[in-house]
Design a protein around this ligand. Structure first.
Ligand SMILES: Cc1ncc(COP(=O)(O)O)c(C=O)c1O
Length: 390
């Protein structure tokens, strides 16, 4: 079983939906599937904005977002909260955009007050965009997107607000229009329960306005032909569509809507609290600590665990080679300092309790003498939830 923060486990229905012969890519069923998927992507992001499907991973979606909205010499403000926003900013810099990082720590969310004061100081409105991630998959911090929007508004700054929800969309509340997000970036391989290989970008009217002024367009990423409904279906993808991925996305979105978006957000919240409870229990007699101290800033999709004396790499390796449980390795500034538990997408209590139980067995195998059971603590959280829900 994989408990890495993406690619996550794919439901059988999604796997089955991909196993089919190729079809006509210009007319018929596939065209209908594309349109229904694009329509449902608006519902997932809660937007009237335009969704784009890129045959790419998340990095490709990042590049699509930048090249369609910015120009050489523009400046962007990158809000650091770990590993990923700065990676996005570095990509912009390679494309000729100047980036400034608002520094963060490795375990705290972005401070909206700091965003406000930096933007207030930008009286000439040199920043054309503010880039942030909702969940940083490296540190497992969740940023408060509406609070950052409020900070931008309080500074009276016109920059585009661009958010990466690659590690959260479908699992954590996201309201693109209500929150005033101009460009949203996602990918299929995490909470959206489909295979890696498809990047997603949504653009609102303000982003479209920026598109008409930007000079970084390239033939492949260009939003223009992709959104032009007078052109053939082929142009939605700047070439041959990702046929199996489209059928997979259709099946995954069906599962998400059968459950209900709000119910999926709630399930992720309960399962995340169960993971946190397990770690709190283990922390009584081991050096395992949740990287993010502030409970409200802990992501609902991934938990980064810090260790000091426990050898995280041998724990991970023992779980993987002796039991079949693959945990995530630490990334970015936390390499060598712990491991990560992915808990998003196609995940239910038996799967999560199995993961935590295996990890507990791994700790015992490494010689830990546990005063409290993490599995017991996690089961208590889930049990309380089941009881409350009747
Ligand atoms: C928050 C976030 N942004 C961007 C990326 C990059 O996505 P990809 O690896 O699909 O290029 C990741 C990957 O894990 C991520 O977690």
């Amino acid at each position: 079983m994989v408990a890495i923060p993406g690619p996550s486990i794919m439901p059988d229905q999604v796997l089955a939906a991909m196993q089919r012969p190729m079809v006509n890519i210009y007319a018929g069923e596939l065209v209908d599937v594309t349109h229904s998927v694009l329509n449902d992507l608006k519902l997932v992001a809660r937007t009237e904005g335009n969704p784009f499907i890129a045959i790419a991973n998340g990095h490709g979606a990042w590049e699509m977002a930048i090249t369609n909205t910015l120009s050489r010499g523009d400046k962007v403000l990158v809000l650091e909260s770990g590993h990923f926003a700065t990676g996005w900013g570095a990509m912009a810099a390679m494309l000729g955009v100047e980036m400034e990082v608002l520094p963060g720590t490795l375990s705290d969310p972005v401070d909206p007050a700091a965003v406000q004061s930096r933007l207030q100081a930008d009286t000439g409105h040199e920043f054309k965009a503010v880039l942030v991630v909702q969940v940083d998959t490296g540190t497992s911090v969740v940023n408060d997107i509406p609070a950052i929007r409020a900070a931008i508004d309080a500074a009276g700054h016109p920059a585009l607000f661009m958010v990466d929800a690659i590690a959260s969309l479908g699992a954590v509340r996201f309201e693109m229009d209500a929150w005033g997000v101009d460009v949203l970036v996602g990918a299929t391989q995490k909470a959206l329960m489909a295979p890696p290989g498809v990047g997603l970008v949504w653009a609102n009217a303000k982003a479209w306005d920026a598109y008409h002024r930007s000079d970084l367009h390239s033939a492949y990423w260009d939003w223009g032909p992709r959104a032009d409904l007078s052109l053939a279906h082929y142009f939605r993808f700047a070439g041959t569509p990702p046929v199996p991925h489209l059928f997979a996305m259709r099946a995954a979105l069906d599962l998400l809507f059968q459950e209900g978006l709000e119910a999926a957000w709630h399930r992720h919240d309960v399962l995340a609290r169960a993971v946190h409870a397990a770690l709190d229990a283990w922390s009584v007699s081991t050096d395992l600590r949740i990287n993010v101290a502030q409970p409200s800033a802990r992501a609902q999709t991934v938990t980064t665990v810090r260790t000091t004396t426990t050898d995280a790499e041998s724990l991970r390796s023992l779980c993987e080679t002796r039991t079949g449980l693959t945990l995530g390795q630490a990334v970015g500034g936390l390499v060598g300092q712990g491991f990560r538990i992915g808990h998003m997408g196609h995940l239910n209590p038996p799967m999560l309790l199995g993961t935590l139980g295996t990890l507990e067995a791994g700790l015992i195998a490494q010689g830990a003498s546990l005063e409290r059971s993490g599995v017991g603590a996690a089961a208590a959280v889930i049990g309380e939830e089941l009881g409350a829900a009747g």
